[in-house]
Design a protein around this ligand. Structure first.
Ligand code: TRP
Length: 450
């Protein structure tokens, strides 16, 4: 099993791998989800709790996923099959592949909205709009269905195109170009935001924690956000790890990927909150409408808002693309490794299936009662519940079935000392499964509360 199966493809360097995995992690979850959750959960205190969640739950689970993938050199289903042949664990992989397909279907719809808003800002961003006009525009766009469907199609086509190019020639190439662009755009936006007159109030909302605001709900929200943002729980990191040569270190890779994800989320908040507090009447706790309803108000009021607005939506679209390719890659890897399909066909067929599956989500904000709330329900079941189930099972698999000893042997191939062995073992066997189980139960009970 240790022989490298080159026909599957490989990352050309550790940097390429780290950028691709960071590209998967950094997405709508960072630039939309993180600021939204921070706004809803008390500002700085959420940022602080989030950091703890990344360190205690995020990094250990990511190491576990990378290790499974690299030891087995297979898609998620094949990985469980290779490590414990003939057991039911392969269904954890199946769950991951299905989850990836469903998340991709609605993720692409929302990513399509960012393309629409890029277009909108370029074409009419120079004309000032009132808050009411901005709200009306968003509603009429998302309610129409046809517009969202068109941008969903464009976005999915881009995703398919990158994945068709393969690991080194497609995904790695695209992410090594796009990630620095993303970083540059974000820095530009942060600079604009913190230099606006009156920005200090937002900076303090974002950086001065009020620890009186910590609650169980804040902790659970932070953990769920960290899980989604780090692309954990469905085998995306198993799949990416499976293309990593044995000489590269898994542990430091997971640390780099997680910290980049954290940094970008943190900077996204810095781009948003200081600017938000400078516009009278805007509030940080508006939930998901932040990006498409609150931000256009800022862009329509600050100097050169059109340029910064366009930069912002371009940034979002890039972040979404490097994430959606990882979602598609998981399912494509399954068809390549398990069914022997050529990559091209797998990418085209799976991408088209995800497009069709996304149609109800594209129509879910509108007047078709049949699809009302479809996107939100799909996100709850797959982006929230299924990821937790998958993450829990991955911890139990590494902690108790495949075993810490076997996993550590894999990690030590490239990192002979691996000083964190005992800490990691305790986290993967006890702390992470317990924390994930609590969140899972809370989410399921939440169904009955509302
Ligand atoms: N992490 C991405 C984001 O923050 C989304 C994503 C990509 C994802 N691949 C994933 C989430 C796999 C969970 C599992 O937007």
């Amino acid at each position: 099993m240790s022989s490298v199966n080159n026909s599957r493809g490989n990352w050309s360097s550790k940097l390429g791998f780290v950028l691709a995995a960071a590209g998967s992690a950094i997405g709508l979850g960072n630039i939309w989800g993180f600021p939204t959750q921070t706004g809803l959960n008390g500002g700085a205190v959420f940022v602080f709790v989030y950091l703890i969640c990344v360190l205690i739950v995020g990094i250990p689970v990511m190491v576990a996923e990378f290790t499974i993938g690299r030891a087995a050199r297979n898609d998620p289903v094949g990985s469980f099959k290779a490590l414990v042949p003939g057991s039911a664990w392969k269904y954890v992989g199946v769950l991951g592949v299905v989850t990836g397909l469903v998340i991709l279907s609605y993720y692409s719809v929302v990513a399509g909205w960012t393309l629409k808003y890029l277009w909108r800002t370029l074409t009419e961003g120079a004309t000032p709009h009132s808050a009411a006009q901005i709200a009306e525009q968003f509603e009429s766009f998302t309610a129409g269905g046809i517009g969202p469907l068109f941008f969903h199609l464009v976005f999915m086509a881009l995703t398919i195109w990158v994945v068709t190019g393969g690991i080194e020639g497609g995904i790695e190439k695209a992410t090594t170009v796009l990630m620095p662009v993303l970083f540059g755009l974000l820095l530009l936006l942060v600079l604009r935001s913190v230099t606006l007159p009156g920005a200090a109030e937002g900076v303090s909302f974002y950086l001065k924690p009020d620890f009186g605001k910590i609650s169980g709900d804040v902790v659970l929200a932070a953990m769920g956000q960290a899980f989604f943002s780090l692309s954990l729980g469905m085998g995306a990191m198993i799949t990416y790890g499976s293309y990593l040569p044995q000489k590269e270190d898994l542990f430091s890779s997971a640390v780099y990927v997680s910290l980049s994800d954290l940094l970008i989320a943190f900077l996204a908040g810095f781009a948003i909150f200081p600017a938000l507090f400078t516009v009278p009447g805007l509030r940080p706790d508006q939930g998901p409408s932040l990006i498409f309803l609150v931000l256009p108000n800022i862009f329509s009021q600050i100097p050169l808002g059109q340029i910064f607005g366009a930069a912002f939506y371009l940034l979002l679209a890039i972040a979404a693309l490097t994430s959606s390719i990882s979602l598609l890659e998981v399912v494509v890897a399954y068809f390549i490794d398990q069914k022997g399909w050529p990559r091209r066909r797998a990418a085209l067929v799976v991408g088209s299936a995800a497009f069709v599956l996304g149609i109800p989500s594209a129509f879910s904000q509108g007047y078709l009662p049949l699809f009302a709330g479809f996107l939100e329900q799909a996100d709850f079941l797959f982006g929230k519940v299924a990821l937790m189930v998958g993450g829990l099972l991955i911890c139990l698999f590494v902690g108790y079935r495949w075993g810490i000893a076997a996993a550590v042997e894999e990690i030590r191939r490239s990192n002979p000392r691996f000083r964190w062995r005992s800490v990691w073992a305790v986290l993967v066997r006890f702390v992470c499964p317990l924390a994930i189980a609590v969140l899972l139960v809370d989410r399921i009970l939440g169904l009955f509360r509302s």
